[in-house]
Write a protein that binds this ligand. Structure first.
Ligand code: UDP
Length: 250
């Protein structure tokens, strides 16, 4: 059965809860067919709406989840509600617990060398039986890509978490998906920084009120330029809503 999606600025976001995404991942791992998951926040969706090449790349992914309350808000405004947010960091944490239980091999690619190492160590102390079949930092040169891909191929992970920042991680996954020999590859942004404890998530009350972006902005003011995409995202969603209401009346 085709998956139900909601088009947010032309990007098909899956209408799935976290539990449904986990079930989808399990099926793909059992099928052994490579899959690419994008955890799309408002910023990347807005950028994709402005850059056709990025939009095309995202539409080719096998599954796009709503990474953040901005995307869930957009679904609501467009009369196509999304059940809940499925963020990269939450999905990673849930999948790591599942992987430990189901003996799936996992691989971490991305973040600074000391960060990915700490993320691996902290994850193993939480899930001692987890099989981490390898890890590599995300600051490799172009000429090292083949070696990085070959190392992942040899490790044959069921789950590959790629934290190179968006959209670099999406380009990397799509370009190398077949050679990576991973069952499911997921772009997870700053997740290893959270797993390593070098970045903190917003308090729950801020997450629940859709204010995680404000927390990140206060902690990392250098994100201000990037976050200017958020008001543009809101404006574009409201215009899409107006346009669809106009169509409904005709
Ligand atoms: N990163 C990386 N290689 C690079 C640039 C960034 O591995 O060349 C990592 C960076 O260390 C961080 C993550 O990518 O761990 C990006 O985090 P951010 O919160 O900016 O994610 P985004 O919002 O871009 O998804």
């Amino acid at each position: 059965m085709p998956m139900k999606t909601v088009s947010i600025l032309g990007i098909p976001v899956a209408c799935l809860t976290m539990q449904q995404v986990l079930a989808w991942v399990e099926k793909r791992i059992e099928a052994g067919k490579p899959a690419h998951i994008v955890t799309a926040n408002a910023e990347i969706i807005y950028r994709a709406s402005r850059k056709p090449e990025l939009g095309k790349l995202l539409r080719q992914a096998d599954l796009i989840t709503a990474d953040g309350s901005g995307v869930v808000w957009a679904g609501h405004k467009l009369n196509s509600p999304l059940p809940e947010r499925v963020t990269g960091v939450d999905l990673t944490q849930q999948l790591l617990a599942w992987a430990a239980e189901k003996s799936w091999r996992v691989y971490f690619l991305g973040a600074k060398p000391e960060v990915v190492e700490k993320a691996v160590l902290r994850t193993l102390s939480k899930h001692p039986q987890l099989q981490i079949s390898g890890y590599h930092h995300g600051y490799f040169a172009k000429q090292e890509i083949d070696q990085v891909v070959s190392n992942i191929h040899k490790a044959k992970p069921h789950l590959l978490f790629v934290a190179l920042g968006a959209p670099r991680q999406e380009y990397f996954i799509q370009e190398h998906l077949e050679q990576l020999a991973a069952s499911v590859a997921i772009g997870v942004g700053g997740t290893f920084d959270v797993l390593a404890g070098t970045a903190q998530r917003a308090p729950l009350w801020m997450q629940q009120r859709g204010l995680e972006w404000l927390y990140r902005l206060c902690r990392q003011p250098r994100r201000l330029g990037r976050m200017l995409a958020l008001p543009c995202f809101v404006g574009t969603v409201l215009r899409q809503r107006k346009a669809s209401q106009g169509l409904d009346k005709t």
